[in-house]
Design a protein around this ligand. Structure first.
Ligand code: ATP
Ligand code: MG
Length: 198
């Protein structure tokens, strides 16, 4: 064996031992609360990727969309076909929100649906897409959200997406990822694309 090969093998053995040790140590069986935040593109995509992963294992997932999309949603078109229930905020809030009262009502109604999912033991995963904005705008009570998340069924995982995640939500979460914006096609004047951006 060449020196380089031997060195590589030694290094990999060390890595494997380290990883094996950590796998051995992770013994707690419970659902995971994940927050995907930051200004870069890929938060909702990542959440939906995990929904696909869950459904692909024959498990049950539900999705709540807290912002009425400007466009239809490719993931919804697909996932509804395989029986994933969606609760979508139909009226009120968009990025151009103007009417605070209507928005609050719409957010509250959607939150009630989210709460039903978060009490449903048969659901392995609940995606709360763009929930962070409802907290930023104070449309939904932060304490109530944190309490509901903390008291959800023990094996249920939850993913919250959206920019500017509240510090207390980050504290409660088990896994937090921040997607940083390095560059975005939109800034170069490239239009959002069906099948890529939505
Ligand atoms: P995606 O749904 O593509 O994963 P996201 O959930 O991370 O994006 P949002 O803040 O929810 O991002 O924005 C949704 C839409 O805005 C998407 O069409 C996305 O391409 C676009 N977008 C995301 N990040 C940026 C950015 N930094 N600049 C401009 N547009 C963005
Ligand atoms: Mg998003």
């Amino acid at each position: 064996m060449t020196d380089k090969n031997a060195q590589h093998q030694k290094r990999q053995q060390k890595v494997k031992a380290e990883v094996d040790k950590r796998i051995e140590q992770a013994q707690t069986e419970q659902g995971i609360l994940q927050v995907i935040t930051g200004n870069g593109k890929g938060k909702s995509t990542s959440g939906f990727g995990t929904v696909a992963r869950c459904v692909g294992h024959g498990q049950k997932a539900a999705v709540v969309q807290f912002i009425k999309g400007l466009w239809e949603c490719g993931e919804r078109n697909l996932l509804e076909q395989v029986g994933v229930p969606f609760a979508v905020m139909k009226t009120g809030f968009t990025w151009e929100t103007q009417n605070r009262e209507a928005d609050t009502q719409a957010a509250q109604a959607t939150w009630q649906q989210a709460k039903q999912f978060l009490a449903d033991e048969s659901l392995d995963l609940v995606l709360l897409d763009e929930l962070t904005y409802m907290l930023t705008y104070d449309y939904i009570d932060l304490d109530e959200v944190l309490e509901t998340l903390a008291n959800r069924p023990k094996m249920q995982s939850v993913i919250v997406t959206g920019r500017g995640a509240h510090r207390r939500l980050v504290e409660l979460a088990d896994t937090v990822s921040e997607v940083r914006n390095v560059k975005h096609a939109f800034d170069a004047g490239i239009k959002a694309r069906a099948g890529f951006d939505y």
